[in-house]
Ligand binder design. Sequence first.
Ligand code: SF4
Ligand code: SF4
Length: 457
Amino acid sequence: MAYAFFGGVHPHDMKAATNAKAIQQLPPPAEVVIPMSMHFGAPCTPLVKVGDEVKVGQKIGEFRGLGAPIHASVSGKVKAVEPRPYSMGGNMMAVVIENDFQDTLSEEVQAPADPDALSVEEMIEAVKNAGIVGMGGATFPTHVKISGGIGKVDTVIINGAECEPYITGDHRTLLERTEEFIGGCKYLAKMFGVDKVVIGIEVNKQDAINKLNETIAKTQAPVAVEPLRCRYPQGGEKQLCQAVTGKQVPPGALPANIGCAVFNVNTTCAIYRAIAKGMPVVSKVVTVSGSGVIEPKNLECPIGTPVSCLFDECGGLKDNTYKIIAGGPMMGMAQYTCDIPVGKGTGSMLAFADKEEQTVANPQCIRCGKCVAACPMHLEPLFMYQYAEKGMVDELNEAHIMDCMECGACAYACPARMHLTHMFKTGKQLVKDKMAADKAAAEAKKAAEEKKEAVAK
Ligand code: SF4
Ligand code: SF4
């Protein structure tokens, strides 16, 4: 039985432009620009240099600490290893590969003789070597989530909500790659030692629900489908856990603290390809949509494909396009250039034309409280806004601003069109800066005291 979560909003899903369109392969790009940071954690170190020949699936970036390796998505010659623009803003070290259009597979890609005979440790190792991260946008390394959850997690949930407007890549994947998805679910069930995994899926994807139920019945797969009412941000990990299990993740805690682990649909497919075929993450399904796109589509392309190629394949952008967003309209990031590459977490590229954005030059809060009712994290956005505007860091902390997941539900609900989410990003940075300054001051004080003690001795 599905449960409700507190707050949320119900924007028009805007999915009709692409939800009936099959995933199409993008014609191979002439070059790919593969950023060395496509995961939560420190950037990878490039393993190749200019002039090297590389093959599809060859490791070209190695991580240290928290992270995931990065692989070549096309075969060809390394043209540059240099900082390039990327979707998170600014520049990031990238490996630029000139495509030879041969699609030569690397010898490093080796399928196991019998994937079903692999131990849990071997499966986790395969997931790690494949460079899998949360492909819904969070980009947290999947092998860390799995190994950290084993022994604590009794409910494995697949996030099929895809609650952000416009995006339909997961919906199409469930319809078109059902067997692969179910295969990934089986491996997750085996790794966590659970009887079944639950896929939470919003009821605006009834065709996918039907297809999943048919396949599960036919294959006796350890998967249960949980239809959910449409509500944004149902795809937030904490909201999905509550919608599926009825249990709330406490503030500052993770789903694992209530025995849950959540995985994205395309991450689950990537887990299947890694374990069954030894294939690393080299491609991504991206929804290209919005009023600025001539012919919206779902496209699959090599990681590192310039987003300009995606828009070209969709007939280009309308002349009066004024905004490009990487990600969904609620949580995505506005971009200043189409010269950014598709990364592991890029689920959609949106372009908007005409006069869709309704901004107000000098918005004034009318204290209606709608933002409070909309916030799924039980926060008080109207007060947080004032504290952030005035730089009141202690008050921001007391208002639990660090629990804000920047979902934008409050901004959507606000009749005054206050720039709430933007201000919370600023506010969170103020809190982080203060924490870093306090830590540095405490360490300096401790070092000074130790020095004083040493001199006294
Ligand atoms: S952006 Fe933050 S404050 Fe606004 S609704 Fe989402 S979690 Fe709440
Ligand atoms: S919804 Fe907007 S106008 Fe209403 S209280 Fe919140 S910030 Fe103020």
